[in-house]
Design a protein around this ligand. Structure first.
Ligand SMILES: [Zn+2]
Length: 490
């Protein structure tokens, strides 16, 4: 990774990375500014202006998809050209990935070509075919995905960040961070592969030479991470809510001394209680972003504890198990996503897997965008006991990332069965050579645990299939705790 840090532009000289030059051209800058002001003006027009913008974009998107994506054209053959969105069939990641070359609307894109690009981690943040950003999703659903984004989609995601900062009254916070604290920004994420967060970060840091940005690996031991953040003193910190919660504990204990102006949380669900604890520990606001690899910004949190859907840029339908709409106040079986910004790889009535609950009445915060609550990926932090009795906290996401990246597995489960014991379950549908998969996964886990000061933790292979599901969402949980929390020794 040291090579990546050194090739990045230095903040002093502002040298830009050549690979992104076309996107930093005046044309793309103008596109970003126009998206920002367009979105801003739409929202000041209230709910009816938002609905009108959504309908107009949808009316342009659907004929485009029918004309340019053979996969959707086949799936929609029985439906008239003017069929409403709600009449069209639901698509899943598995269907679309299985027909990738006919899903995308640019014939130059092929799954083989995209996977060849993704196979080289030196390409993280670079553009495919000189015009697309590409990332893969970690297999939290047991099904890996590959997502290609065009310039218009990227300009939209960037503009939505700007609008959110404005809407949440955080613009001044942001500005004070940029001008008062040197604008230093830190991202702590799974950065060793082409995931949406690190790809977007690399892209934005290359496009913003006035900002100093550093990314840190979520796999680094917490004390190392704390020391590095203390040395860097970032004004902005972005990470998963579980990581921000761990850092809040470090801050409260006095080991972490940074004083950021703004925190950014994404990638997992953040509860109101977690957000409050994080904001209290750091004494600054935390923006709660709800996004996915399929659409980077689906919504964002407000002070009333709701998420407001970017309904001018996405359609998010709350549906039951028969894909019929659920009533406000009722948790949905799943949510169907339509991304109105990205045309190269259309997402139309895509089964997202998250359970959402619509708010029936307007939100007290005054935001005209529809408000929802989400039951999505929400994992518990693990507490393991080292040989000297100290407790080491680990992110479930770090454990699952290690197994995914090093062993190439997606459908597995890691259980904490004792304070110094983990058990692995494999899915025979994914794994042909069980012993080889176990050897790779256990080697990766032992190496990771060793780096965290936990060489004493045993890892065993369980005969059982992955089984534990989240009671709220019915989703398979990749990492779960099956034993009592050990008492903290420090
Ligand atoms: Zn609200």
């Amino acid at each position: 990774m040291e090579s990546k840090e050194s090739v990045r532009r230095s903040p002093q000289t502002g040298t830009r990375n050549q690979s992104w030059d076309p996107l930093q051209s005046s044309a793309s800058w103008l596109s970003w500014v126009s998206r920002l002001s367009e979105t801003w003006w739409t929202r000041t027009g209230g709910a009816s202006a938002i609905a009108a913008a959504r309908n107009e974009r949808l009316a342009a998107l659907l004929p485009f998809v029918r004309a340019n994506s053979p996969h959707y054209r086949d799936a929609w053959r029985k439906f008239p050209a003017r069929a409403p969105l709600e009449a069209l069939p639901v698509v899943t990641k598995r269907d679309l990935m299985g027909d990738f070359d006919r899903w995308v609307t640019d014939p130059q894109l092929t799954r083989t070509g995209v996977e060849g690009f993704l196979a080289d981690r030196a390409h993280i943040g670079e553009r495919l075919l000189d015009r697309y950003a590409v990332w893969k999703s970690s297999g939290s659903s047991g099904e890996p995905g590959v997502f290609v984004q065009d310039g218009a989609a990227l300009a939209t995601y960037d503009a939505l960040i700007g609008v959110q900062l404005g809407a949440a009254g955080l613009g001044r916070r942001y500005a004070s961070g940029v001008f008062g604290s040197g604008g230093k920004a830190a991202l702590i994420t799974a950065r060793d592969d082409h995931y949406a967060s690190i790809v977007s970060w690399e892209r934005l840091t290359r496009a913003s030479p006035w900002l100093s940005c550093k990314s840190y690996s979520v796999l680094d031991p917490l004390p190392e991470l704390v020391a590095q953040l203390n040395a860097y003193k970032p004004a902005f910190v972005a990470s998963y809510p579980t990581m921000l919660a761990l850092l809040a504990e470090e801050r409260a204990a006095g080991r972490l001394t940074i004083a950021p102006s703004l925190l950014w949380s994404g990638g997992e669900c953040m509860t109101l209680a977690t957000r409050a604890a994080i904001e209290r520990a750091f004494g600054c606001p935390a923006v709660n972003e709800y996004g996915a690899s399929e659409s980077l910004s689906i919504g964002y949190g407000c002070d009333e504890g709701w998420l407001h859907v970017n309904a001018d840029w996405v359609v998010l339908e709350a549906v039951d198990s028969d894909f019929q709409p659920t009533q406000p106040g009722q948790p949905s079986h799943t949510a169907l996503l339509t991304n109105l910004a990205n045309r190269v790889q259309p997402i139309v009535r895509y089964d997202l897997g998250d359970s959402i609950t619509l708010k029936g009445e307007p939100c007290a915060c005054g935001n005209p965008l529809p408000a929802i609550k989400v039951e999505g990926r929400r994992d518990d932090v693990l507490s393991l006991v080292a040989a000297d009795g100290s407790v080491v906290r680990l992110l479930p996401l770090a454990l699952s990332t290690v197994v995914e990246e090093e062993a190439g597995l997606h459908r597995f489960q890691i259980l904490q069965t004792a304070s110094d014991r983990l058990a692995l379950r494999l899915d025979p549908e994914e794994v042909r050579d069980r012993m080889a998969a176990w050897a790779a996964a256990s080697r990766a886990l032992k190496a990771y645990l060793g780096r965290q000061g936990l060489p004493n933790v045993a890892v065993t292979l369980e005969r059982d299939l992955p089984a534990r599901r989240d009671p709220r969402t019915g989703k398979l949980r990749q990492v779960c705790v099956e034993c009592a929390e050990p008492r903290t020794a420090h």
